[in-house]
Ligand binder design. Structure first.
Ligand SMILES: [Cu+2]
Length: 134
């Protein structure tokens, strides 16, 4: 009986988990999803803009461990983000920061953070990117 109940609840639990994947993570100004099971791993979106001192949540939506590791000295490093896990990093200064996954960076798993004045400059110089058809 208990087992039957557990199986009955599974779709509900899965739906709930999926919901938490797409809503912004509490306390974070930006959410970046690590995605791409079965293809090329990517950070989604590949570029985020925020103020310095704000947090980014990295959500691992794959079955593989990833990192979000900034290439600049003294910049952020999420460390290992296990499948299904979320890790938060704080971008504590203004600038343009490229980051990559330690395990899949060579395959193109990389992203960029524009923080503070850099984000403002980017917003001024170009229209915000429209969603590309997939
Ligand atoms: Cu990776």
């Amino acid at each position: 009986m208990a087992r039957a109940l557990r199986y009955a609840l599974m779709p509900a639990i899965a739906a709930l988990a999926a919901l938490f994947m797409i809503i912004p993570q509490e306390g974070a100004e930006a959410t970046v999803t690590m995605t791409g099971d079965g293809g090329t791993f990517t950070f989604e979106p590949a570029e985020v803009r925020l103020d310095s001192g704000e947090q980014i949540a990295f959500v691992n939506d794959t079955g593989t461990t990833h990192t979000a590791t900034c290439t600049a000295r003294g910049c952020f490093d999420s460390g290992d983000v296990q499948p299904g896990q979320t890790k938060f990093v704080t971008v504590d200064r203004a600038g343009s920061f490229d980051y990559f996954c330690r395990y899949h960076g060579r395959e193109g798993m990389s992203g960029r953070v524009l923080a503070g004045s850099e984000a403002a400059r980017a917003a001024d110089s170009q229209p915000s990117p429209s969603p590309s058809p997939s």
